[in-house]
Design a protein around this ligand. Structure first.
Ligand SMILES: *Cc1c(COP(=O)(O)O)cnc(C)c1O
Length: 505
């Protein structure tokens, strides 16, 4: 096969071309803007994508191979001579296939991940093909304006203050980071300290309060924001992981400056919500800033019948929410939402000291840490157009109802316990002891009909189930329950056919 990037007549020794023999620039063929090879590569990519997604509902729910069996993939040599585009795509597919995890499958219940609705994936192809830098509305007019619409739609759907600033970021970790940096700057500005000019050294030490069962992401965000972890006050929580209001009041009474308080909508093990209606006014009385990590749980606020479970959350000052979780958008996308848009823009805009003026253009990069960025909001826009607000609400309500249904199926079984109150889409499932829980989980994962993941809650190992995929239906939940119950009965009766060492983690 002829390496396409060398001129006719040049040594085509392929990968054996000696590295020390530099080719002069005119010996390289300039690539054509688009040729038959490019067309075949793009068509092959779409064909493989379609084949993968159309087979997913029946595919095993675990990867064929784990990292140790794919070692060679990390050691591939840098090719000296390029290959044609179609071959690159074909070999990529064969390299990747055995190590793909069916995370987009309706029978994947691990962690908390959405399944990327196909219309969003299709829109994502276009985002890459269009090759826009969606930083500026002047330079990328249509996609920037569509992203602006997406932000407005999400505020409406999530029922958050409509004038809020929104940055479309890679996920909730970055959304939490951006919001916490913005909160830091705003709280210090109220103490007459300009972080942008003076930095953090010598700044007045405002307090930071966060629940003991917060996700690791906002804790990392506090580190990234220079607020440290040792000086952060961890607030005591109840059996569902919610901040105790009394503890919050006591901690607030000890605050010498207005604090940053990080609350949570959707604890990863229990799906629980902090008591926003009571907690947020307490913080605001002290002049503080409330940030809510709502990576998946904030989506319940889109559903009028369920909104009461997180009543008052809209009174916060900032929120982090993922699009790639409950909206089932392709990775990577999340939203950083800040009530006071000017504060977000002031902290994030790379233009430095910047205050947006009324009527001024809306530039995506003003609300994110990035300048050049792909138009990552477009797939979510496509998904919202496809589902409509009613479709999103119905999906979330269905997941919450299926979670209650699964809890009923499992808790009827002697020896199985649901450790959490099922208030959203998360279940923390435990068997009679840690050993049994581990064995049941390993058995279920090895069978690969369904895939729940592991966790630890209140000192006990759990099987953690997250019901969040757009295509998960009652039949998938019946299969999940059946898999857990069958494994549990076999293990409880000592007829466990699977040795633990056979299971890859
Ligand atoms: C998933 C999750 C995060 C982190 O989100 P990423 O999108 O993975 O960056 C933060 N907080 C909670 C509660 C989460 O569930």
């Amino acid at each position: 096969m002829k390496p396409p990037k060398l001129r006719e007549g040049v040594d085509e020794g392929g990968s054996t071309l000696p590295r020390e023999r530099m080719l002069s620039p005119d010996q390289y063929q300039v690539l054509s803007c688009f040729d038959e090879d490019a067309r075949r590569a793009m068509e092959a990519s779409a064909r493989h994508a379609i084949a993968y997604r159309s087979g997913l509902a029946g595919a095993p729910a675990k990867p064929k191979k784990r990292p140790l069996e794919l070692n060679g993939l990390a050691e591939l040599p840098l090719p000296e001579i390029g290959d044609d585009a179609l071959s690159v795509i074909e070999s990529l597919v064969s390299e990747a296939s055995d190590g793909l995890h069916a995370r987009a499958s309706p029978r994947f219940f691990g962690y908390v991940c959405g399944g990327s609705v196909p219309v969003g994936v299709a829109a994502d192809f276009l985002v890459s093909a269009w090759g826009q830098v969606a930083a500026s509305s002047w330079e990328c007019p249509s996609l920037a304006l569509i992203e602006q619409t997406l932000c407005r739609w999400c505020l409406e759907l999530l029922d958050l203050p409509r004038e809020s600033g929104v940055g479309i970021v890679t996920g909730a970790t970055v959304a939490n980071t951006q919001a916490i940096i913005t909160a830091r700057d705003a709280l210090l500005a109220r103490l007459d300290w300009d972080v942008a000019k003076s930095g953090l050294f010598g700044a007045p030490p405002f307090p930071v309060l966060i629940g003991a069962d917060a996700h690791s992401a906002p804790l990392a965000a506090l580190r990234y924001a220079g607020l440290g972890t040792d000086r952060v006050v961890r607030l005591a929580t109840d059996d569902q992981g919610r901040v105790h209001l009394n503890g919050l009041m006591e901690a607030l009474a000890r605050c010498e400056h207005a604090p940053l308080v990080v609350l949570q909508a959707g604890q990863i093990n229990t799906g629980a919500f902090d008591q926003f209606e009571e907690a947020i006014p307490l913080v605001h009385e002290r002049g503080g800033w409330v940030h809510v990590d709502g990576a998946f749980g904030l989506w319940l606020h889109a559903v009028p019948e369920l909104r009461g479970r997180l009543a008052g959350v809209d009174a916060a000052d900032s929120w982090a929410v993922d699009l790639h979780k409950w909206l089932n958008a392709p990775y990577d996308s999340g939203l950083c939402i800040v009530r006071e848009r000017a504060a977000l823009v002031q902290s994030m805009s790379a233009r430095g000291a910047y205050l947006p003026e009324v009527g001024e253009s809306w530039d995506p990069s003003d609300s994110t840490l990035e300048l050049s960025r792909r138009a990552r909001g477009i797939p979510s826009y496509a998904i919202l157009k496809y589902l409509g607000a009613a479709g999103v609400r119905a999906m979330i309500a269905r997941h919450c109802a299926l979670s209650v249904y699964l809890a009923e199926l499992l808790s009827a079984e002697p020896g199985i316990e649901i450790l959490n109150d099922v208030v959203s889409n998360q279940l923390a499932i435990a068997c009679q002891d840690d050993d049994a829980t581990t064995k049941v989980l390993e058995r279920v994962q090895a069978n690969a009909k369904v895939y729940p993941s592991h966790g630890v809650w209140r000192g006990r190992r759990i099987i953690r189930v997250s019901i969040i995929n757009y295509a998960t239906d009652r039949a998938a939940i019946d299969m999940l329950a059946d898999e857990i119950l069958t494994a549990h009965r076999e293990i409880a009766s000592g007829s466990d056919p699977l040795s633990r060492s056979a299971v890859n983690r």
